[in-house]
Design a binder for this molecule. Structure first.
Ligand code: C2O
Ligand code: CU
Length: 489
């Protein structure tokens, strides 16, 4: 029997048991709404100031360790950390520079760091085979050869990625360049990195314990955290802001929107600037994806409260049935600005289909047979194979262009597919939504493939030879085996 047959809703019971009487549910939800939505999201507060995550440049030292931190309602819980709070520092680097990062592993298990979205030599990019043992250190040397953009970093040990990320190990990595600087986009206090995650607690403790059902749906949690803080408020001025949005959740997809009819002016996606700003009221952001957006608060008055929300988005299995608030912006200062939205941002070279020497199709609907996977029930798979660290699944040639297709037409789960070592362009989405969204018109490293969809991407492999992975960035799926090795030769 497949695990997916067991999927059921646990409804409100977990939530009420968890949060006790402090919970104020915003609205009543119908039975129909609840189908397949395992746990209902908690919406209280929005009075804790949004913290500013410290930024580092140049040589960076990250020590992975267990610490105690105040996560929610003033309660202390044990987390994993690269600094003194949830989430690592924001690393900021110029394109063309080399960033040196020393990782000290003070955990009691293996860890490593994958630089999500950066194109790096295989031995520096955090392949699951390259882990640092407990008590050891590793020196990463990262030649930053790519465009300005919002990237990120997180551990990637086999079978433990989801838990280590969930417990706090992740951070943003911002690359800057002259082209972007010339645009004079809002910066300093007007540039706000927002790392969105969902967390679960058992009593006061952060709790990572997905059930078999939750390995199928992903570990969808009740508490939405931004920059490490539950239900925060950002004090802002009535002017333009740049929001660097990162979905750092293990499995949850957000359909982001702003209240008060405020639009997103999308300027960048996973791999940097778009050609020109694209206007959208909603952005569907899957785990691992980023969106670089400008928002104009100048029509708002002092005291106005605008929410960043996640709207309902569908009847997909277990996700998108609830709308909820993520973050509150409170307009508290008046600032005049003469910023105008640039009409052109950056030139993008389109990769043309005829330049591809090969098309590969990846079936992402199936489970491996019972002999594979982590629990003998058959794990998540790509082309019906669960991940094997020593097996090379695909071999590609450096410098060549290929088309890859992720086929989820017959599937019933959401899969955000991510490829290491390369940035790609999305050619086409066939079936399901049948279209590309604004953030998919630039360079990407992660793409959402919904049930019923086949997504075609194109990319040119870099000259870095060696082993890389492609995997589902639903980290529960990844750790359950939904990952393959590919080698650049
Ligand atoms: Cu952000 Cu292989 O992952
Ligand atoms: Cu998946």
């Amino acid at each position: 029997m497949k695990r997916r047959d067991f999927i059921k809703s646990t409804g409100l019971s977990t939530l009420t048991a968890l949060m006790g009487s402090s919970v104020l549910l915003k609205a009543c939800h119908t039975e129909e709404d609840m189908i397949g939505e395992p746990n209902w999201i908690v919406e209280v507060g929005f009075d804790t100031p949004l913290p500013t995550i410290p930024e580092v440049t140049g040589s960076v030292e990250l020590t992975a360790k267990t610490i105690s931190d105040e996560m929610i309602n003033g309660k202390m819980t044990s987390i994993l950390s690269y600094r003194d709070g949830l989430l690592g520092p924001i690393i900021r680097a110029d394109s063309g520079s080399t960033v040196n990062v020393r990782l000290d592993n003070n955990l009691s298990e293996d860890t490593n760091i994958h630089w999500h979205g950066l194109v790096l030599p295989s031995e520096m990019e955090g392949h699951p085979k390259d882990v640092t043992a407990s008590g050891n250190a590793f020196q990463y040397s990262l030649p930053i050869m790519q465009r300005a953009g919002t990237y990120w970093y997180h551990p990637h040990p086999e079978g433990a990625t989801a838990r280590q990320v969930f417990m706090g190990l992740a951070g943003m990595f911002i690359v800057t360049d002259n082209e972007e600087a010339a645009l004079q986009l809002p910066s300093g206090e007007f540039e706000i990195p927002l790392i969105i995650q969902d967390k679960r607690f058992a009593g006061p403790s952060l709790d990572y314990s997905p059930t078999d059902d939750e390995i199928m749906t992903g570990y969808l949690c009740e508490n939405i955290i931004v920059n490490g803080v539950f239900a925060p408020v950002a004090s802002v001025a009535n002017t333009w802001y740049r929001l660097r949005l990162l979905n750092g959740s293990t499995a949850r997809v957000y359909n982001l929107a702003l209240t008060h009819g405020i639009a997103f002016h999308i300027v960048g996606s996973d791999g940097g600037l778009l050609e020109k700003p694209d206007h959208a009221m909603n952005i569907l952001l899957g785990p691992g994806e980023r969106a670089d957006v400008l928002v104009d608060f100048s029509s708002l008055s002092m005291g106005d409260e605008v929410f960043l929300v996640s709207d309902k988005f569908s009847k997909y299995n277990a996700q998108g049935r609830q709308s909820f608030s993520v973050l509150k912006f409170k307009i508290e200062r008046s600032v005049s600005s003469n910023f105008t939205l640039p009409s052109f941002l950056s030139s993008l070279t389109r990769l043309m289909e005829p330049s591809a020497i090969k098309t590969r199709t990846f079936d992402i609907t199936g489970m491996a047979d019972g002999s594979e996977g982590h629990d003998g029930m058959g794990g998540h798979a790509i082309n019906n194979k669960s991940y094997s660290i020593g097996r090379v699944d695909e071999t590609v040639e450096a410098g060549t262009t290929e088309i890859w297709e992720f086929d989820n037409v017959a599937g019933d789960e959401i899969h955000p597919m991510h490829i290491h070592g390369v940035q790609f362009q999305v050619l086409q989405r066939i079936g399901g939504r049948n279209d590309l969204i604004a953030t998919e018109k630039g360079w990407k490293d992660t793409v959402l493939v919904m049930p019923g969809e086949r997504v075609r991407i194109i990319m040119t492999f870099p000259e870095y030879k060696g082993l890389f992975v492609l995997h589902c960035h639903n980290l529960e799926h990844e750790d359950d085996g939904m990952m393959s090795n590919y080698e650049i030769v």
